[in-house]
Design a protein around this ligand. Structure first.
Ligand code: ATP
Ligand code: MG
Length: 350
């Protein structure tokens, strides 16, 4: 079975973008894959070091995974810091990756802002830890939102450089697997990961600004629909969402140059498991005064069962903690298997 890995940071309120771009795909992939889903707490201290309630944030992401339908018995759900092998492999990847690769990442540029010299070294090295998260299990499939595409390309570059730099050591230890890169069959230790980005909402935009992605860390709560929002709040946020004055077009082409309209149609399509074309076939020619209430009803009907289950789980912290602890043990055993080989390949005595 293909091995799927993905993670979500405990950096605040989970939102519709996280759900449609990531978590909903995690749920669907359980059927035919072996899945590892991680609350990436080590990542959460890269942009902001001190968090008011990190344990609560970690539990809320785990609760969202489970409430959305992830089965922690059949698959693995855990928090990253419980498996120190992630950080160990990230250190090695820090020595594989080049500073130039890291400083070109758009997430680094966005999050570091103007005062780049003053960003944490961890924020610069973020993609190296992300590569380690995936490759410490030698996972091959990674469901993420569109914003993580660049980091996954870097993961491929890191894997490839490691494979080439240590080619002789890998062969000598008898560890390699044969993979094909482009047309070339090569003998490699780490696989080339496949990003899984598609769907109608790979990048959900802010409700206040159709050119910015919806983010947990956006200071405006009106910019996003949180998984924990109640029906009234969802309704208020969608009613206040920025739009243009025109009616919806009947064809997808008519959404060009209308980022806010495009975003709301994309959200509707994703939530109803339809395409943009199908949504416009129904709503083309209608005003937002008709479309927005329909979107509110749809969003509430999809999200409210998840919200209810999340609330219930978050009152049972012992249950959530036990799931994470068990998941951590299982993940640790698998990650250590890779690390023993990696240490051997590099030449560390153990
Ligand atoms: P932060 O602002 O702290 O980076 P975030 O909202 O970007 O928070 P992450 O934990 O960084 O959330 O990302 C978790 C997953 O959600 C990733 O797969 C990411 O690609 C996806 N994701 C985040 N924002 C969006 C969005 N607006 N649309 C679709 N997917 C998204
Ligand atoms: Mg992010």
């Amino acid at each position: 079975k293909p091995l799927v890995f993905s993670g979500v940071q405990p950096t605040g309120n989970l939102h519709l973008g996280n759900y449609l771009g990531a978590i909903r795909k995690f749920v669907a992939l359980q059927e035919n894959n072996d899945c590892i889903y991680c609350v990436v707490d080590l990542h959460s201290i890269t942009a902001q070091l001190v968090h008011e309630d990190l344990p609560g944030q970690i539990r809320s992401i785990a609760a969202a995974f489970i409430a959305s339908g992830i089965d922690p018995e059949k698959h693995i759900v855990f928090n990253q810091s419980a498996v120190p092998q992630h950080a160990e492999l990230a250190w090695i990847f820090n020595c594989v990756a080049r500073i130039g690769w890291m400083s070109r990442m758009t997430q680094f540029k966005d999050k570091a802002g103007k005062d780049r010299e003053n960003a944490s070294l961890g924020l610069l090295a973020y993609p190296s830890l992300m590569a380690a998260d995936i490759l410490v299990y030698r996972a091959t499939h990674v469901p993420v939102g569109d914003d993580q595409k660049q980091h996954l390309e870097l993961t491929r570059d890191i894997a490839q450089k490691f494979n080439i730099d240590f080619m002789e050591h890998i062969r000598r230890g008898g560890y390699g697997i044969d993979i094909v890169v482009g047309e070339e069959p090569i003998h490699a230790y780490f696989p080339q990961v496949e990003p899984m980005i598609g769907g109608p909402a790979p990048r959900v935009m802010s409700l206040r600004d159709g050119t910015k992605k919806m983010s947990k860390s956006d200071p405006s709560d009106l910019s996003r629909i949180n998984l924990m929002d109640d029906a009234e709040t969802i309704s208020k946020k969608i009613r206040k969402a920025k739009t243009d004055p025109d009616a919806l077009p009947s064809e997808v082409d008519g959404l060009k140059g209308r980022p806010e309209a495009d975003n709301l149609v994309g959200i509707y399509a994703a939530l109803s498991d339809r395409t943009r074309e199908q949504v416009l076939a129904e709503f083309g020619g209608q005003q937002f005064s008709v479309f927005k209430p329909a979107l509110v009803d749809l969003a509430v009907s999809v999200l409210s069962p998840i919200t209810g289950e999340m609330r219930r789980l978050m009152e049972d912290t012992a249950h959530v903690d036990a799931i994470l602890r068990k998941g951590g043990e299982r993940a640790r055993a698998r990650a250590e298997k890779t690390m023993r080989e990696v240490r051997e390949i590099i030449g560390f005595l153990q």
